[in-house]
Design a protein around this ligand. Structure first.
Ligand SMILES: *[C@@H]1O[C@H](CO)[C@@H](O)[C@H](O)[C@H]1NC(C)=O
Ligand SMILES: *[C@@H]1O[C@H](CO)[C@@H](O)[C@H](O)[C@H]1NC(C)=O
Ligand SMILES: *[C@@H]1O[C@H](CO)[C@@H](O)[C@H](O)[C@H]1NC(C)=O
Ligand SMILES: *[C@@H]1O[C@H](CO)[C@@H](O)[C@H](O)[C@H]1NC(C)=O
Ligand SMILES: *[C@@H]1O[C@H](CO)[C@@H](O)[C@H](O)[C@H]1NC(C)=O
Ligand SMILES: *[C@@H]1O[C@H](CO)[C@@H](O)[C@H](O)[C@H]1NC(C)=O
Ligand SMILES: *[C@@H]1O[C@H](CO)[C@@H](O)[C@H](O)[C@H]1NC(C)=O
Length: 393
């Protein structure tokens, strides 16, 4: 629902009290982001068809290969500008929290629709849940997915690139020049000067890994963070890419994925999506699987190769805000199906954030890896947004 600015001025004050639930105004942006990132060149087979996708999977999961530091063949400096597709939503009317912007980044294999499924948004959309509490929120497609640039899948689309994109995007937003620097892909419904006073970073899965590194390297750019689908625990790493079937994206669907070149793979079956995301019987509505199959995105192999750049054990010395780790109790990829039973590594989590205001974790009951697509997504959002509220945001 969109309203003109004049409309807002005319009716803004009187309707403010009458509207219990703020509705949103959204705009789609194409944001040019220039970054410098320290990537690496990794030894791995190229993937130009599905046969090679399987060979790649076997290669990179071979245990002895992963002990061998020679898989990193040397540094690769990335100095480029990419186009990042984003959606910015703000509450229809000014709220006490509309100056707080959340930046949401999804995991590997999905674009920003992860936060905003078209099925029953009142129940599943994190965007709508945040707006309802009065926050502004920007979600974007990670480099190499959705409507963002799809550069070289081996050397360019890696963890360090994604971290620098998040940092530059955050700086651009803080400067107030986001809208004037971007190409507007839908009509402008909001003031051109959008300069939030506080920024909250929200990730899911690989997006949380990106956010974690960002907090380590650029912690003073963030006022708070919620890392969903990520938990430091003793089972982490048990479930690798070979647990799921992948095909070469362009072979899997030559029409839908025709923009994806060498090195972009995609989950093959609906059953892979079920395994990855839902695990717990009854925790999801079956129609969600059909929907996910429709919106799934290719993944660059460089995202996997660069996982070793995750800065586990390093300290976010410049991050002073609160941070919440939010994970489904039955998360398969993170905890091999069960995040309880003492697997959580509280010591490591606490040490990572030596000056944070509040470091906490929450296990969302009855839920697998995909918190926003689970039957009880709304219950989880109450916990996440409640955490921000409790911590003065
Ligand atoms: C990249 O590495 C160089 C040399 O080690 C360092 O000076 C620079 O800060 C690094 N840049 C980033 C974005 O990590
Ligand atoms: C993996 O692929 C690389 C590059 O093609 C090759 O050098 C290496 O021998 C392979 N290793 C395994 C374990 O298949
Ligand atoms: C590790 O890499 C070196 C250099 O490529 C190679 O000689 C050695 O066989 C590798 N070791 C294993 C266990 O793959
Ligand atoms: C990045 O590229 C720009 C323009 O192409 C150049 O001026 C700059 O020196 C480069 N930076 C690095 C660190 O290579
Ligand atoms: C954040 O830290 C960097 C150096 O790590 C510094 O250059 C920058 O000015 C700081 N920004 C703020 C807002 O404090
Ligand atoms: C839904 O999530 C909330 C928040 O974690 C929890 O309190 C509630 O018990 C959950 N409901 C069900 C049916 O699991
Ligand atoms: C941290 O946040 C949690 C969840 O909102 C809250 O229960 C707890 O009291 C907070 N702890 C501190 C030290 O503020």
């Amino acid at each position: 629902m969109r309203m003109k600015l004049t409309h807002l001025i005319l009716f803004g004050i009187s309707s403010l009290t009458a509207i219990a639930t703020p509705t949103k105004q959204c705009i789609e942006l194409e944001i040019p982001i220039s970054i410098i990132a320290n990537n690496s060149i990794y030894s791995m087979p190229t993937v130009d068809n599905t046969f090679e996708a399987v060979q790649w999977t076997l290669n990179v999961t071979t245990w002895s290969r992963n002990l061998n530091s020679s898989i990193n063949l040397g540094p690769k400096l990335i100095n480029s500008t990419f186009s990042i597709n984003a959606q910015l939503c703000i509450p229809q009317h000014k709220t006490p929290k509309s100056n707080i912007l959340q930046i949401a980044i999804s995991g590997r294999g999905f674009d920003k629709r992860y936060w905003d499924p078209e099925i029953n948004p009142a129940k599943y959309s994190y965007i709508d849940a945040a707006i309802k509490k009065g926050y502004s929120i920007l979600s974007y497609d990670m480099l190499g997915s959705g409507k963002s640039s799809k550069p070289n899948a081996y050397e360019v689309v890696q963890l360090p690139t994604q971290v620098e994109i998040l940092a530059e995007l955050t700086k651009l937003i803080k400067s107030g020049y986001l809208l004037t620097s971007s190409k507007l892909l839908s009509p402008l419904t909001i003031p051109t000067v959008f300069k939030p006073s506080k920024i909250v970073h929200v990730g899911h899965s690989y997006g949380s890994a990106v956010t974690f590194n960002f907090l380590i390297q650029h912690g003073n750019l963030s006022d708070a963070a919620i890392l969903t689908g990520l938990l430091f625990n003793s089972k982490a790493g048990s479930v690798n890419v070979a647990y799921f079937d992948h095909e070469f994206a362009r072979q899997h669907d030559p029409i839908r994925f025709n923009q994806y070149n060498s090195g972009y793979i995609v989950l093959t079956f609906q059953s892979d999506l079920q395994k990855l995301f839902f695990r717990y019987p009854g925790g999801f509505e079956p129609e969600m699987l059909t929907y996910l199959e429709k919106i799934k995105q290719p993944e660059a192999v460089g995202l996997y190769a660069s996982e070793s750049m995750l800065r586990v054990g390093q300290h976010a010395n410049d991050f002073k805000g609160p941070v919440q780790f939010m994970v489904g109790e039955f998360d398969f990829v993170n905890c091999m199906g069960d995040c309880k039973g003492g697997v959580y590594d509280e010591g490591l989590t606490m040490r990572s954030f030596p000056v944070a205001k509040n470091v906490t974790h929450y296990l969302q009951p009855g839920t697998g890896h995909a918190l926003s697509l689970a039957r009880n997504a709304t219950g989880g959002y109450e916990v996440m947004l409640g955490f921000l509220g409790d911590n003065g945001l």
